[in-house]
Design a protein around this ligand. Structure first.
Ligand code: CA2
Length: 146
């Protein structure tokens, strides 16, 4: 099984500020953790991060026929982008949405996700562990059928 992990704007700044919300670990720690989890699960993983909505759309489109599952944290685009869920629906790859923080208990503008309607599951509020939970979910639900 091949899984693509997509991170949106500012996730590359993890650990730099707001550790009380996003934790103390850096983006490179997250990448390493995802790699270790992939090995344990026996899957191939690729990571992609961009601060640009169109680039994320391009990456999702180019995943068609290449990846069997996507884990996405669209970051701020969660609350603004229609293009990202449209792209996810267009490729039809099972996708799990992840948020490090619990978006439902934060500011009002973070409580709505445009992405979730294009995802098979949303995991929010489990910190970086949410990425591992999302990968595990994809493997359990879709890995064995491939
Ligand atoms: O909780 C999440 O994972 C979010 O997707 C993170 C986004 C935020 O806009 C979403 O509402 C929830 C923010 C990404 C990281 O932003 C940083 C801010 C300060 C320092 C480092 C990263």
């Amino acid at each position: 099984m091949k899984i693509l992990v997509i991170n949106g704007p500012n996730i590359n700044m993890l650990g730099v500020r707001e550790p009380e919300i996003y934790g103390k670990q850096s983006y490179s720690y997250l990448i390493e953790m995802i790699g270790v989890k992939a090995s344990l699960l026996g899957v191939d993983v690729c990571e992609y991060q961009s601060n640009h909505e169109g680039d994320i759309v391009d990456k999702i489109q180019s995943s068609y026929g290449v990846f069997d599952g996507i884990v996405i944290n669209p970051a701020a685009y969660t609350h603004t982008s229609v293009a990202i869920p449209d792209a996810l629906k267009a490729v039809g790859i099972p996708t799990v949405e992840v948020h490090i923080s619990d978006i439902n208990s934060r500011e009002e503008f973070r409580r709505h996700s445009f992405t979730s309607c294009a995802c098979v599951k949303t995991i929010a509020g489990y910190g970086l562990d949410g990425y591992c939970m999302a990968m595990e979910y994809l493997v359990n639900e879709y890995g064995k059928k491939l």
